[in-house]
Design a protein around this ligand. Structure first.
Ligand SMILES: [Zn+2]
Length: 272
């Protein structure tokens, strides 16, 4: 199979891991190249120690993910909480996409609770056609073709709910995905529990095994429920017998602004 360049673009250092981590692990195992790009430096994602020290900590967390998995992790120096769809940021993203030459891009939908997520999703769509236009950001070489663009799963319903086009089983890599998210300790054990009001549930730092077990359960709760269309797509890909046993999955929606094609053939590009 042709070696693909797979690029996930999230607003913060951990977004790609949460919604695409398991599928990324599978793409890597199949010999493809995977990059995670964080559009901000994550400097605001903590209750007690924000700023440059936090950005540095989060950068180190991305390095740990790279070391563990082989994902190429990049982070811009744009401040967390400040991303907009400004031309300046579009140009930053355009250069990153053109440098990596992705066959597929994974990103947020533009309807999301977090303004950085919304801006990231919109910026990717703003680049989707322009990446092939030579006179836009002429200091970077244009791509020859528009990549496939996929939106990652979210639970938001307004103005339209997420509709899965591709479903990848997660059970076989859930331990590796948990280890990937464990690298983002500042988020999964500190900031997110604080912001969500469940810090008391998190096992103490010295209890490494307890933390991993808690994190795995936490991740499982955040994945989509396998019903309806999710189930139909799983059966098409994995067959009835195997689909019956799948408990967790990651799901993606094809964006109309990227490359298009027969969805059954596009599903074949994904690792099982
Ligand atoms: Zn985020």
């Amino acid at each position: 199979m042709e070696k693909l360049n797979i690029m996930a673009i999230g607003a913060h250092p951990d977004d790609c891991d949460f919604r695409f981590g398991g599928t990324a692990i599978k793409f890597l195992a199949a010999g493809h190249r995977v990059m995670f790009l964080s559009m901000t430096n994550g400097c605001s994602g903590h209750q007690t120690s924000p700023g440059q020290a936090m950005a540095a900590r989060r950068y180190n967390e991305t390095l740990a993910v790279s070391k563990l998995t082989g994902v190429e992790y990049k982070m811009t120096d744009i401040s967390d909480g400040s991303l907009t769809t400004d031309l300046l940021y579009r140009d930053v993203l355009m250069r990153e996409i053109r440098a990596f030459k992705p066959d597929m891009i994974f990103t947020h939908r533009p309807n999301d609770y977090h303004p950085d997520h919304r801006a990231t999703g919109t910026l990717v769509m703003d680049c989707s056609y322009l990446v092939i236009v030579p006179h836009v950001v002429p200091d970077s070489l244009p791509l020859h073709k528009t990549p496939y663009i996929f939106h990652v799963y979210d639970r938001f319903k307004y103005p339209t709910p997420f509709v899965p086009d591709v479903v990848v089983e997660l059970d076989s890599v859930i331990d590796k995905k948990t280890a990937m998210l464990d690298c983002h300790a500042s988020q999964v054990y500190e900031w997110l529990p604080f912001a969500g009001g469940y810090s008391a549930e998190v096992p103490p730092e010295h209890d490494k095994a307890g933390r991993l077990s808690w994190l795995k359960t936490y991740l499982e709760k955040r994945e989509p429920c396998i019903t309806g269309r999710y189930k139909e797509i799983l059966i098409e890909r994995y067959g009835h017998e195997k689909s019956l046993h799948v408990q967790r999955c990651e799901a993606f929606q094809l964006c109309e602004y990227g490359a298009q094609g027969d969805i059954k053939q596009i599903r074949q590009m994904f690792p099982l």
